[in-house]
Structure formats: C-alpha cells, structure tokens
Design a protein around this ligand. Structure first.
Ligand code: A3P
Length: 323
C-alpha cells in the first residue's frame, strides 16, 4: 500500500511534479525529497509529520534504515525507560504480549500514514516514536517545538547485511522466493542508492554527523557493536537517555535481564511474535530471522561484496565513520 499514491493531496502532487524521480527495482516510482527517496504515500506522511508533529522534550525518537535493527532498538529502549513499572510483576511486561512495533509506533508509516492527525496526548511520557526519515527532515519537525529538541537514537548496520536482511524480509512478506534476477536488480538498486529511504550512505551520514555535532541529543549505535558487546552498548544507551543503571541495578543483574528480555531468541519465541500481526498489518514473525553479523557471506559473491564496499567506502570517506 505504501508504494501507492492514493493518499497524496493535490498540494503534494504539485510538489512531486517538481522532484527528481526514478523507479525502484520493481518499477514503482520513487521521488527524491531533500536527498531521500520516497514512495508518494510515504512522502505525504513525511510532509504531514513535518507539519503537525510536535514532540515533547522528554519524548524519544528511534531512527534507522529498514532492516538496520529497528525491532531490537525499539524493544531495548522500551524496556529501559519503562523498567521500573514492571519490577513487581515482570510477567505483565508489555514486551511479552505485544510486538515491539506496536509499543513504539512509526511516525510516517503508522501515526501519520493516511493523512491522519493522531491524538498523541493519550500516550504516556516518555513517548517513544520511530522513523526511517533522514535526520534533516526529522529535525525540521522536532525543532519547531518550543524548547530543546528531543533525543534521537540511531541504529546503523553494515550495508551488506542490511541488504540481505531486506531481501529475506521481502520474501517472507510476500511469502514467495523472488528469483535471482530480482536479487540482482535489488542489489543494483542498493548500489545506486535508489531505494526507499536511500541512499544508504546519505541516511547513515546524516545521523553520524548529527551525533558528532550534537552528541547530547543524537546517539549513533552500531548493530554489530550491540551484538559484540551488548552490555556496554545498552549501558551507553541508558546513560544517553538519562535513565542510567544504578550500582544496585547493575549488581542485581538488571542489564542482563533487559538484554535477555529483548533478545532475538526470547522475542521470536513468544506467541505474539510467532503468530500475531502488528497494527500496521504485518505478520510479527517477519521481523525476526537470524540476527547475525556477516550473513551476507551466504548470499553475495565476492565481486558483489567488493563493489558495494567500495561504493560505501568512497561515500563515507573523510567522515570518520568506518565499518
Ligand atoms: P536478519 O534478517 O539479518 O536476521 P529491522 O528490525 O530493522 O526490521 O531489522 C530486522 C533485522 O534485525 C533482522 O536481521 C532480524 O533478525 C534482526 N532482529 C530482530 N530482532 C532482533 C533482536 N531482538 N536482536 C537482534 N537482532 C534482531
């Protein structure tokens, strides 16, 4: 549905007619708005977010590229900031009965999709939102609120695993195995950057530079580092969000409990995530697969890997960001 243009207003149609356009690897039109590729309905929602979304200072926004570790980040941040509420009765924890995507709604893919103006006052503070928008576009909305900008956490994953994860996601979503030709077309689209929310390097660089310029409000996490040293990264996340672990909590194993609760193994084996459907109508199980670093080796030829690595390296040159 999000590839269509049936939710687009007259005003946005006029804007779209002035934007650079291209086709995605399946032939659907994409439009480039401020450096980022969108399908028409998603662009409409992004514009509505910019127009209407005014977060509170205490709200938290989670940002990522699709397949970059969004689900994991959502569960971790939810578990961190609401940890005190479920100490007495851990079996009532919302992550045990709801998919992380239903606890942390997407701004443009859910709340503002379909030209709605959602009532956000019903959500508890701190409200956690998520987005796949570029940082510059997100900030246009968040800095319109009166005081300080709310905190943004970005999770970044290497392009090859992000691509391979995206490939599997599409296959799971459509319950078919797409053919080799489509795999190659999708790969070329990643290399050119003409993918929804792409180019990859623009997305990543926006948040990377944002974290360097304003480290107090933008945190840049790497999926690979979270896999490698989860304790360190979760503590870093908690400190950034102003929900640091106390010494007592550390001693009592609170960090490990959160990691266990949010682990791929735990979440993917819950009934709700095996058989449920998220509010936006996606089978919950498609968000969980292997969660491994380097799964691309099972799918990309060495030539493909070199090609995409060279492109990303060249684009990130001088930024200080390395993988
Ligand atoms: P793989 O397809 O490589 O297994 P997103 O959440 O942005 O849609 O990204 C999905 C990717 O994150 C998938 O990667 C999925 O398996 C992995 N993932 C989902 N939940 C996770 C968790 N709790 N811990 C680690 N990885 C997770």
């Amino acid at each position: 549905n999000y590839m269509k243009d049936d939710k687009v207003s007259h005003e946005t149609k006029n804007l779209i007619s002035t934007l650079p356009s291209d086709k995605d690897f399946m032939g659907y039109p994409l439009y480039n708005y401020k450096g980022c590729w969108y399908y028409p309905n998603i662009l409409q929602a992004v514009l509505d977010v910019q127009k209407h979304f005014r977060p509170r200072d205490t709200d938290i926004i989670l940002a990522s590229l699709p397949k970059g570790g969004t689900t994991w980040l959502k569960s971790l941040v939810f578990a961190l900031v609401h940890r005190e509420k479920y100490l007495e009765n851990p079996q009532t924890h919302p992550l045990l009965s709801q998919n992380p995507h239903d606890l942390v709604p997407f701004l443009e893919v859910e709340l503002y999709a379909g030209s709605q103006t959602p009532d956000l006052t019903k959500f508890p503070s701190p409200m956690i939102y998520s987005t796949h928008m570029h940082l510059n576009t997100l900030r246009e909305a968040t800095t319109k609120s009166s005081s300080s900008p709310c905190k943004v956490v970005y999770v970044c994953r290497g392009i090859k695993d992000t691509f391979v994860s995206g490939w599997h996601y599409r296959n799971m979503l459509h319950r078919t195995k797409m053919d080799q030709a489509t795999f190659e077309l999708m790969f070329d689209a990643y290399c050119k950057g003409v993918i929804l929310y792409g180019p990859y390097w623009e997305h990543v660089l926006g948040y990377w530079n944002g974290s360097l310029e304003d480290g107090e409000n933008v945190l840049f996490l790497k999926y690979e580092e979270m896999i490698e040293e989860p304790r360190v990264q979760v503590k870093r996340l908690a400190e950034f969000l102003d929900f640091p672990f106390t010494e007592e909590e550390e001693k009592s194993g609170s960090v490990e409990e959160i990691l266990k609760l949010c682990s791929l193994r735990n979440l993917s084996n819950l009934e709700i995530n095996m058989n449920g459907t998220t509010r936006i109508g996606i089978d919950s199980n498609v968000f969980f697969r292997k969660g491994e670093v380097g799964d691309w080796k099972n799918h990309l030829t060495p030539q493909m890997a070199k090609k995409i690595d060279d492109i990303v390296e060249c684009k990130l040159q001088g930024s200080g960001l390395i993988f």
